[in-house]
Ligand binder design. Structure first.
Ligand code: HEC
Length: 153
């Protein structure tokens, strides 16, 4: 029991130290660039799913891979916006850090929208899947970008 408790204390200390390090030791521009690269990866998988569903490419066998990647990436989206990464060449609005609860809700909404899309896709009806794809785009990428991302210059 004692060991478990010290393990817990150890873990929470490690987390606190990590979060601290994130704010102080990493360059904002590196954090921002990383975030944008990961968003770019999300876009890539998202567009690949669309091309497959529209029947433009013969890669039905890749669908699972792109969906698994999207799920994993969206699952981590909230981690891409640490304190201190709001300063520099970013298109993220201040609202991400000024209104963290709303931002968190937006991340969760995107994850839920993904889950709904995934369950329609699993039924294998192509036109229903395309509709669900569009809904997912609006309720995840679209919804969050509207509130939290500046338009590209
Ligand atoms: C919870 C909020 C949120 C969700 C969900 C989200 N994004 Fe983003 N996205 C952002 C923010 C904020 C930025 C601006 C990041 C920056 O410039 O630092 C961004 C930036 C981007 C960029 C630009 C990256 C670059 O190179 O500058 C692309 C592309 C992108 N998102 C695609 C998507 C796609 C596609 C989806 C949906 C599958 C999605 N995003 C879902 C918040 C979100």
């Amino acid at each position: 029991m004692k060991n478990i408790i010290s393990l817990f204390i150890g873990l929470s200390l490690t987390t606190a130290v990590n979060l601290h390090a994130q704010a102080e030791e990493y360059e904002p521009e590196d954090l921002i660039e990383y975030r944008q690269e990961v968003m770019g990866a999300i876009k890539g998988h998202n567009k690949a799913v669309k091309a497959i569903l529209e029947g433009k490419v013969p890669y039905d066998g890749h669908l699972d891979m792109h969906m698994a990647s999207l799920e994993a990436l969206l699952g981590r989206a909230g981690e891409l916006f640490p304190e201190g990464s709001d300063f520099g060449e970013t298109n993220a609005k201040d609202a991400v850090w000024d209104n963290p609860d709303k931002f968190k809700q937006s991340v969760e909404k995107a994850q839920n929208a993904f889950a709904s899309f995934q369950s329609v896709l699993a039924k294998g009806d192509n036109s229903a899947s395309l509709d669900a794809y569009k809904k997912f785009g609006k309720a995840s990428c679209g919804d969050c970008h509207k509130s939290f991302k500046k338009k590209d210059d």
